[in-house]
Design a protein around this ligand. Structure first.
Ligand SMILES: *[C@@H]1O[C@H](CO)[C@@H](O)[C@H](O)[C@H]1NC(C)=O
Length: 364
């Protein structure tokens, strides 16, 4: 399954004059799933540099994704950090975020290979292990969530663009396509999503990477419900109350985005009218990672939430909303209400339609 070509991926490199360039690396260690690997090491490498692992979209490649993330490369040149670009070995060029192997720490899938690659780079370049980060777009965003769940001790922060929660794409096959998840129909509780993430590294009780979740309201490939499911997952992990962000910041980092700050460890950034072709925001990510000045303390319009009735409303399709269906039942975990919802509002016995927030109620 290929995602549409991203326009920014076709940036030509001819105009770039930096001496350093993307280099393929081989023989970097155990590579059970057979990924390819590329690295960008700036000419002026900082002592104990930071490291960013950048995972591409379906059908992407390291060099194409470097085009997408060119602002990170410029920042690497000025700040002296390293960017690692793993490349998918799977047909279709998607990351394996669906097999038990990749959804398990050291399970031998793509996540294991990427983590081993990062370990190699950390050792070779004396990387500051307190500054190892992951970013990803689309399939790479899914992988970034999986890396956060499988190697929480390796990554200190992540930023994901248009992905799904870790485990949502599970199919049991390598690099499978889970349309239930893609279509936004894998809906469950923060507790359940957190358990799914924890099960990828059973028994782990240490620190976990803080996460920033970007998604567009008009994503035509990965339904925007996945924004909420991903926020649920990390809310569950960090003990935040899903649906009750501490702050809602309009036009942040800029229009048409709204930022939902759950706390130090979790931020959601929702783009009104933004499709799957979402722009990555290097400046925002680097501030989130603490690599640039301050930690992006919000300075723009602040709408402090004062009650649960002030839950932000996400932009939904503007087509006229058909009435909710009656005379049918929704199964356990299914949605049974919420803004814009048009399905069954009754739950199969013994489950009850339980209000979670203004966006949805669920059969629990
Ligand atoms: C897709 O993932 C969901 C969880 O998000 C799971 O319940 C479902 O069984 C998966 N579908 C397939 C075809 O494996």
């Amino acid at each position: 399954m290929k995602f549409p070509t991203l326009t920014s991926a076709v940036l030509a490199f001819a105009s770039l004059s930096e001496a350093a360039s993307l280099q393929q690396v081989t023989n970097w260690g155990s590579n059970p799933s057979g990924i390819r690997a590329y690295i960008y090491v700036p000419d002026k490498l900082a002592a104990n540099p930071a490291l960013i692992v950048a995972s591409h979209y379906c059908g992407g490649s390291a060099s194409a994704f470097q085009g997408n993330t060119i602002a990170y490369r410029s920042a690497a040149d000025s700040l002296g950090f390293i960017v690692l670009y793993p490349e998918s070995p799977n047909s279709g060029g998607c990351w394996d975020v669906s097999s038990p192997a990749s959804l398990t720490r050291d399970g031998g899938g793509d996540s294991t290979s990427i983590a081993n690659l990062a370990k190699w780079a950390i050792t070779k370049y004396s990387v500051d292990t307190s500054r190892v980060f992951a970013i990803g777009l689309s399939s790479g965003a899914m992988m970034t969530n999986v890396l956060a769940a499988t190697y929480p001790d390796m990554f200190k922060a992540g930023s994901v663009y248009a992905g799904v929660s870790a485990g949502c794409f599970r199919t049991g096959t390598v690099a499978g396509w889970n349309s239930t998840c893609a279509n936004g129909q894998s809906i469950t509780t923060p507790q359940h999503w957190a358990d799914v993430a924890r099960a990828m590294y059973p028994g782990y009780a240490g620190a976990r990477p803080k996460m920033m979740i970007y998604h567009g309201s008009s994503d035509e490939i990965i339904n925007n419900q996945n924004f909420q499911e991903t926020l649920k997952q990390w809310s569950g992990i960090f003990g935040y109350t899903y649906g009750s962000p501490q702050q809602t910041l309009s036009n942040n980092p800029s229009s048409p985005y709204t930022k939902y700050v759950y706390g130090d460890n979790l931020v959601g950034v929702y783009g009104a009218g933004i499709t799957h072709n979402i722009n990555m925001n290097a400046q925002h990510d680097l501030a989130w990672f603490g690599l640039t000045g301050g930690n992006a303390a919000p300075t723009t319009t602040t709408t402090a939430r004062t009650s649960t009735t002030a839950v932000p409303t996400f932009v939904t399709s503007t087509t006229s909303s058909p009435p909710v269906q009656t005379g049918c039942v929704a199964q356990r975990w299914a949605q049974c209400g919420g803004q814009g919802f048009t399905g069954c509002t009754a739950c199969a016995s013994p489950y009850k339609c339980t209000f979670s927030n203004n966006w949805y109620s669920q059969c629990l």
